[in-house]
Structure formats: structure tokens, C-alpha cells
Design a protein around this ligand. Structure first.
Ligand SMILES: NC(=O)c1ccc[n+]([C@@H]2O[C@H](COP(=O)([O-])OP(=O)(O)OC[C@H]3O[C@@H](n4cnc5c(N)ncnc54)[C@H](OP(=O)(O)O)[C@@H]3O)[C@@H](O)[C@H]2O)c1
Length: 259
């Protein structure tokens, strides 16, 4: 399917690896110019080269911490009039709720709530003026169902979802949409990191830990960044102008709800 976004410019935050990279690849494949981002310059450059080689796309690599004002400035300097914004960031480290300090709580809110709101504020009026805009937020299944140790993630992302639920209705008249994608368990460095910690805590090999977690997924596997990116690209496509304010759960069936 032609997604109808060839020639559009997309900023994909936190995209040198994992889910963000999956989104960048799918948007590059659809013909977009992609602005990719991460804090480690070497990893980011390698990803940029690979995306250029695979899709012949124009790729601009911005080394920056997206949580900071300076990082956001750098992203918007690279693409002052983006048509597509994919909000993504690192997630808070797993921690028992009693051990979450005020500092860690505020850090999580900055990362996963304030940053995507600030970037949305900065791009949305240009999108309205140009009568096209797609904002996609990578949130988490933890918005819908609690995950032990990820309370900061759940709270901050639920706050983002609620904040933008109203905004999405204010801007829909101008063909500007705001939607969220909620990943379950995806095979990325973040998942590997959390499984390594859990395996060490329980004193079991990581392979055993992975097997046990996969067994809980009705699809009997983890998701991959490629299939995640394809969903993102469709939500960002020309065909998705009538879809806004929605939460797209992509979790292999883990969340058990009929509606
Ligand atoms: N994978 C899952 O199963 C899963 C499930 C639910 C929710 N999520 C959430 O989805 C998001 C992406 O996860 P992932 O699994 O793709 O993680 P990942 O594989 O660890 O990749 C994270 C990417 O974000 C970049 N990044 C992190 N912090 C950044 C910052 N402050 N500024 C700019 N770039 C930054 C990293 O590069 P640098 O480190 O070089 O900056 C890397 O490119 C996270 O918020 C995660 O909590 C993931």
C-alpha cells in the first residue's frame, strides 16, 4: 500500500535503536525524510547509514537528549516544519513504588509526559497551518494495566494520554491527528536489560526468564521493532486522517479485554 507520505518530513525521537528505530525505518521506507535521534553519536550514525543504504532515504541524525530544551531545539533546527512527530524516549528504570524518590518521580514525568507535550506544543500550530500533521506517541501497555515496578512509567504515560486526549480533539479539524501506540513486550535492548535484571534476581539463566515471559504471551513470542514501525507508519499515513485520540495496543494478546 502506498502510504501517501512520500516527501514528508518526520522527526522520530529516541530512534537510534529499538521501537523508535523501527518507526524511523518504516517512515523512511514510505519515502519520508527522517530526522533520527539518540544520545550516543556512534550508534546513531551507524543507524543513519543503515537506513540510508536500505531505503535511499534522506536521514538527518541529531545527537541530543530529547528530554532537554537544548535537545528539542536541536531536533527542531534539523526540521523546523515537521509533518510527522513520533514522540519516544527512554523509560524509567523498574523500581518498587516505595523506593521511588521525588527526584525519580519528576524525572519520569519529564521523560514520558512533559517532553512529548512540549514537542507537541512546538510543532502543532505549524501542522494546523499546513493542514497536515501526524503525532504518534510511543507509550506502553502499562497505561492500561499495571506492571509491577513500572509505576512511574504507568503514571507519567497515563498523564500524557489524558493531556493529549483533549488536545487531539482541538486540532482534528485541520487534518492533524494525535494517537498513541502501547507496546507490550518487544524484543529490544530495554526488554533484554529488564530480563537480565530479573534473571539475576531470581538466579535463573536469562534464556529461562525469556521463555517464561514468552509463555505469558498468547502469540508465544515477543514483538519486533519492524512490525511496530509498520503500525506507526500507517497511523502517520495519509489514509489515517480520520483516526485520532486513539490508543493502539500491540501486545500479542497479553491484555485480556474484550473491548
Ligand atoms: N520494548 C518493550 O517491550 C517496551 C514495552 C513497553 C514500553 N516500552 C517503552 O518504549 C520506549 C522505547 O523502548 P525500546 O524498547 O525501543 O528501548 P531501547 O531499545 O532501549 O531504545 C531506546 C532508544 O532511545 C534512545 N534514547 C533513550 N533516552 C533518550 C534521550 N533522553 N534522548 C534521546 N534518545 C534517547 C536510545 O539511544 P541512546 O541511549 O543512545 O540515547 C535508543 O535509541 C521506552 O520508553 C520504553 O519504556 C518498551
Amino acid at each position: 500500500m502506498d502510504l501517501g507520505i512520500a516527501g514528508r518530513t518526520a522527526i522520530i525521537c529516541a530512534s537510534s535503536k529499538g521501537l523508535g528505530r523501527g518507526c524511523a525505518e518504516a517512515l523512511a521506507e514510505a519515502g519520508c525524510t527522517v530526522v533520527i535521534n539518540g544520545r550516543d553519536g556512534a550508534t546513531l550514525e551507524e543507524t543513519a547509514s543503515q537506513i540510508r543504504a536500505s531505503y535511499g532515504a534522506k536521514v538527518v541524525a541529531v545527537v541530543a537528549d530529547v528530554s532537554t530544551r537544548a535537545g528539542q531545539d536541536a531536533l527542531l533546527a534539523a526540521a523546523p516544519e515537521p509533518d510527522i512527530l513520533v514522540n519516544n524516549n527512554g523509560g524509567p528504570p523498574p523500581k518498587g513504588f516505595r523506593d521511588v524518590t521525588r527526584e525519580a518521580l519528576l524525572e519520569g514525568v519529564i521523560q514520558n509526559m512533559a517532553t512529548p507535550i512540549e514537542l507537541t506544543q512546538r510543532v502543532v500550530d505549524g501542522m494546523i497551518a499546513r493542514k497536515f500533521g501526524r503525532i504518534v506517541n510511543i507509550t506502553s501497555m502499562s497505561v492500561l494495566t499495571p506492571l509491577t515496578g513500572l509505576d512511574v512509567s504507568s503514571g507519567a504515560r497515563a498523564g500524557l494520554t489524558a493531556f493529549l486526549a483533549g488536545v487531539s480533539r482541538e486540532v482534528a479539524h485541520a487534518n492533524v491527528t494525535i494517537n498513541n501506540i502501547l507496546p507490550g513486550m518487544f524484543d529490544t535492548d530495554r526488554l533484554k536489560g529488564s530480563m537480565t535484571k530479573m534473571a539475576a534476581l531470581r538466579n535463573v539463566p536469562i534464556e529461562e526468564m525469556a521463555k517464561a515471559r514468552m509463555a505469558d504471551v498468547p502469540a508465544k513470542r515477543f514483538g519486533n521493532a519492524e512490525e511496530f514501525g509498520k503500525l506507526c507508519a500507517f497511523i502517520a499515513s495519509a489514509h489515517a486522517g480520520y483516526i485520532t485520540g486513539q490508543n493502539f495496543l500491540i501486545d500479542g494478546g497479553v491484555f485480556k479485554g474484550a473491548f
